[in-house]
Design a binder for this molecule. Sequence first.
Ligand code: NI
Length: 220
Amino acid sequence: MDTDYKQQIIDKTIQFVRQKLEGEGSGHDWWHVYRVYKNALNIVASEEADEFIVSLGALLHDIADFKFHGGDTEVGPRVAREWLESLSIDENTIKQVEHIVRNVSFKGAKVKSPMETIEGKIVQDADRLDAIGAIGIARTFAYGGYKERVIYNPDIKPELHETFERYKNNESHSINHFYEKLLLLKDLMNTETGKKIAEERHKFMELYLQQFYDEWDGGK
Ligand code: NI
């Protein structure tokens, strides 16, 4: 495949994902995918990895998120495969993208999501970066609203989920989500670039939480 042809495939994939996810209201909309794609391109620039696979993996990573398909984690890889087959992409590329889509999601504090390829590790970092920092905070409350969660309840403590089942069915408040996922992500980053960006976004969340608690108790 030459570069022009690859770019055509990427452009078509952008259109496909965009029309599929536009207007999604829980923080997994097209613009989430756009940011993950941009993060991924930023990271891949300092890694020895296949940029085409990284691009397709990033663009298709949330094409059918398990959170919106009754917990079915196989819908995403299947939709990604069907799309790439419709473009006559070779089987090896499809397999690599499928692997990324299947394993990218965070499934609980104590549940491992193994990524076997550097391309997968990059997309995972890119997705995790969009879950933290200023945007991560916005997405947490957007998702909480979608799930009809309260923003905070000091009586309900966070839980570090041992299984994907428990994480998926968790009915907590949005502030707990920081402790159950967001604040854990900086130590789970795969790449050096990812780690560096995550450190900054992590500091910002800590600052945000401090201000939040101060305001909660009538301060500041
Ligand atoms: Ni995502």
